[in-house]
Design a protein around this ligand. Structure first.
Ligand code: HEM
Length: 446
């Protein structure tokens, strides 16, 4: 068994900077080419070596053994500045207790209420659209999903001005995060305009959440929303007498985590789905038929979700083609074996759902948008991980799928979104995968 040196090096390594130019030039194409080199591939980022896991079975091994392959690396270091030690960023040692305490917020019984907020706010949004207008689809979806996140977390209790401030903070954080991640630590403190805006936004967002939590503590009444559930959470495994509760600091970390990590990927997914449908009139027509059939029975609700089968497959396929979380890292806490290599503690591992989802040996015509491939029993479900895997798998998966399908159905019930140019769909480099400059024309359905 070999060490890191036995792992093949990715092509395009340049002295001193390693693979940074290849990653900046065309990151998705570069990442998707790596499996040609092997199941494990070495990347150099300046002085650091990163091992990319390109094989779905080896990747599951990494994700399932989250004690040895713990959260770490530049993205998580930067995310911790914003999210503290919340569920997504905390180390393995703090994870299980937090997950148990957050779990009730995502229990099935809460979903009819969440779904009502999702459909209600979508209706409000599409009622404001005008036939023939050209919209920036990502902007529209970002505002909508952030409003849904706030409504489900804090029910109706937020003043409009605070909602506006939190939406602005979220925009500044997401805009600044990628620059912070790719800027070397020594330069990250240079007070550029973007860095100052990012810092102000993350401090201000935390302060807003702290104020909301303090007001809830003072008012003392029960609230039927995600924050109320987190405040009431008890951990049966740390009883007696009634289990450990989340401290105010932990609560702040969780709420900021759900807001920052929850809204952004759903907005990207919806924007990509609408763009893909605009280029696939056959699928779009069948989707309209499905949505019309469901609406003939009554409004779109959580209970009618199983009837929206094609809408579900459109979202599944969109998440395969454009998984919003496209690159994650882990740090080995102990010397460990992975496939043919033995890696030392401290080694950095990377994984990319995008890379796995675009492997032509796993998915036929991997770059094509084919929602019906998910009806084939042979589709490689073990190689589908837009929500990760193992104990650190996304806690918001059911929430995200519910929201994406319901919002898509509400939109397509009333509107078509048509291409305005022949330009192919392009992606923007960010901490999440997002469509770049996606503009579509609204056409009201007859
Ligand atoms: C389409 C939407 C979403 C996608 C594609 C997505 C994707 C992911 C992925 C890939 C992970 C694992 C990251 C890793 O392995 O390092 C993750 C974790 C997580 N996600 Fe999501 N997510 C989505 C929506 C949401 C929503 C709506 C919420 C909350 C309301 C959320 C909260 C979290 C949290 C807290 C974690 C960490 C879980 C843990 O470590 O126990 N996500 N997500």
């Amino acid at each position: 068994m070999g060490g890191i040196a036995s792992i093949p090096l990715a092509p395009g390594c340049v002295p001193l900077v390693g693979h940074a130019p290849a990653l900046v030039r065309d990151p998705l194409r570069f990442i998707a080419s790596l499996p040609d080199r092997g199941d494990l591939v070495q990347l150099r980022l300046g002085p650091r070596t990163v091992v990319m896991v390109c094989d779905p079975d080896l990747l599951r091994h990494v994700l399932v053994h989250d004690d040895a392959f713990d959260k770490g690396g530049p993205l998580f270091e930067r995310l911790r500045e914003v999210l503290g030690n919340g569920l997504g960023t905390c180390p393995h040692s703090l994870h299980r207790r937090q997950r148990r305490l957050c779990r009730p917020g995502f229990d099935g019984e809460r979903f009819p209420g969440y779904a009502a907020a999702m459909t209600g706010l979508t209706e409000e949004t599409v009622n404001g659209w005008r036939d023939g207008r050209i919209i920036d689809v990502l902007d529209e979806m970002t505002t909508l999903t952030a409003r849904i996140a706030l409504a489900t977390m804090f029910s109706a209790s937020l003043p409009a001005s605070l909602t506006q401030e939190m939406l602005r903070d979220l925009g500044d954080i997401m805009g600044g995060l990628i620059r912070q991640v790719i800027t070397p630590a020594s330069l990250a403190r240079v007070p550029t305009l973007s860095a100052l805006r990012y810092r102000r936004a993350r401090l201000h967002l935390r302060a807003s959440v702290e104020t909301i939590i303090a007001a809830r503590r003072r008012d003392g009444s029960d609230h039927d929303d995600l924050l109320g559930t987190l405040m009431d959470a008890r951990d049966p495994e740390t009883a007696p007498p009634d289990g450990q509760v989340l401290s105010d600091e932990e609560l702040t970390d969780q709420v900021v985590t759900f807001f920052v990590t929850g809204a952004d990927p759903i907005s990207s997914t919806l924007a990509f789905a609408l763009a893909l449908l605009a280029d696939a009139p056959g699928v779009e027509r069948r989707l309209h038929e499905e949505v019309d059939r469901v609406r003939a029975q009554g409004p779109i609700t959580f209970e009618r979700l199983p009837l929206l089968e094609l809408a579900g497959r459109v979202i599944t396929e969109t998440l395969r083609l454009y998984p919003p979380g496209w690159l994650f890292t882990r740090i080995l806490t102990v010397d460990s074996e992975i496939g043919p290599a033995r890696l030392p503690a401290g080694a950095m591992i990377a994984y990319s759902p995008y890379l796995i989802h675009r492997r032509p040996d796993l998915y036929e015509a991997p770059d094509d948008f084919r929602p019906d491939r998910w009806q084939d029993p042979h589709v490689p479900r073990n190689a589908y991980l837009p929500f990760g895997a193992g104990a650190r798998r996304c806690i918001g998966e059911h929430f995200a799928r519910t929201e994406a399908v319901l919002v898509l159905a509400e939109i397509t019930a009333r509107w078509r979104l048509l291409p305005v140019t022949e330009r192919p769909l392009r992606c923007a480099l960010s901490t999440t995968l997002r469509p770049a400059h996606l503009r579509l024309r609204l056409a009201e359905r007859a």
